[in-house]
Each structure stands twice: as C-alpha cells, then as structure tokens.
Ligand binder design. Sequence first.
Ligand code: MBD
Ligand code: FE
Length: 276
Amino acid sequence: MEKAAIDALLKEMQAPTRGEPTPRVKAIVDRVVRDLFHVIEEFDVQPDEFWTAVNYLTEAGRNDEYGLIAAGLGFERFLDVRLDEAEAKAGLTGGTPRTIEGPLYVAGAPLVKGEGRLDDGTEDGEILVMHGQVRDVDGTPIAGAHVEVWHANTRGNYSFFDKSQSAFNLRRTIETDAEGRYRFRTIMPAGYAVPPEGSTDTLLKTLGRHGHRPAHIHFFVSAPGHRKLTTQINIDGDPYLHDDFAFATRDGLIPPVERNADPEAIAAAGLNEPFA
Ligand code: MBD
Ligand code: FE
C-alpha cells in the first residue's frame, strides 16, 4: 500500500468517536498505531507473524518481564538521558551521576540509622563494606538523608523475586548520621542475568545479544528539599562492566574496590564490629 493510502485508511478509522478523548493519550496512540502500520507495510509483515508478536507480548506480560524488556531495549537508558538533558537545560549540574532504577526495587525496606548489615547471614559470600557521605551540590553534608540500597545475592538474584531469600534480604534504608555519613556491611553481589528461556532472554538471543549485567548495587538517595537521586555502582573488574545489557554503566559510578585479606587490617579498620 502507498503511504498516502495508509494514512487515508487511518483517517477513515478515526470516525466515529464517542465522548471526549484524552488528547495526549489519543495523540500518542494514534502516532504509535500509524508508525506500526508503516512498519507492517515496509517489512511486509504477514498475519501469522503479527499474531506471533501479539502472543509474545501476552506471554511477556504473564512473565512480568516488561520492565526487563524496557531495560534491555534501552528505553530506560533513553529516559535517563532525557532527564540529564532537561536538568542541564535548567542549569542543574554536578553531583553523582544518575543511572537507571531497573525493575527490581521493592519499597518498605527496614530503616537503620547511620549503618547496617544488609545480608541475613544465610549465604557465605565475600564480605563487602561500603561507606560514603551524602552531600548537596555545594559539598555540604546532609544529615538525615535516606540512602535506600538494594542488590543481588551471590547468584545474581534479588529478594522478593527470588522466593528462596528472606524478605528484604540485601535491602535497607540507611539514614545518614550527623555528618551525612552512611556505612553498610553486606556480601559481594554477583552479576544479574535475565531469567533463562524467559521472554527477555528469547528476544535478546533473537537480536544476537546477551542478558547479563555487571555486579552492581542500586541506590535511591533522598532528603527533604532536594531532588531524589536514582543511581547504582558497578563492581570494578566485572567482565560485563562495559557490556551491560541494560546500558547502565557510567563514568563516576565505578568506585575503587579495596580487597583485603589481612585480618589485622580488617580489625583495625573496625570492620569486625557488629553492624546493626
Ligand atoms: C537488574 O538487576 C537491573 O538492575 C536492571 C536495570 C535490569 C534488570 C535487572
Ligand atoms: Fe539490579
């Protein structure tokens, strides 16, 4: 079909309307439908191919994988880049870079003050201690900020999504102390991989891609009167560090990891103390 004929057909299908459409939604849906008509035309998509795609989407929804697909196709990264751009235009610069939230955050993690232990002790992992300070863009420490932390276990799985883990394992909200500092003890996460043979995995394989992420730790940082930061850190040295299926690795989010096998140095640094 000619492009003009497709558009004429679409116009025919605009009428009759009933009631008042929501203009923004209508404009977007009309545009998406029109673009898909053109894709069907351009690629000569056959009815069986179209219904295969519909069934794929049905299954992906049943598997709760739309969030993963959005990450893997780069939508989440794109939305982030647009936020960066909008902030730059508004003159809002500086601070720790943002990166994507991903689909695995769960609200309501236990609140601890200043420091805490994230792992429930059931897994034998490499002990990881991370500390930091929340500051505003002028460098002033922020006491009482909330640092929400969540990450995967040594198999790359997240509590709640992995029913074998205890509730809120590897998830906490840490309130910064008077100097804006926070500290936590946990176990070193492994990199994440999309569920094998799932909808995302199938799609990525069809595109000649993998579904791996480097080992990482997620953060929301928030305080009254400040914009909320959504970010992550990556574990340096991970083979997928610069090959993340979700495109979330960014300069400034790969802190140095100090590996220390010396028990005396660990004790001297106060790292044997019972984190709350
Ligand atoms: C993750 O753990 C994640 O952080 C993202 C962005 C996508 C899938 C799994
Ligand atoms: Fe993640």
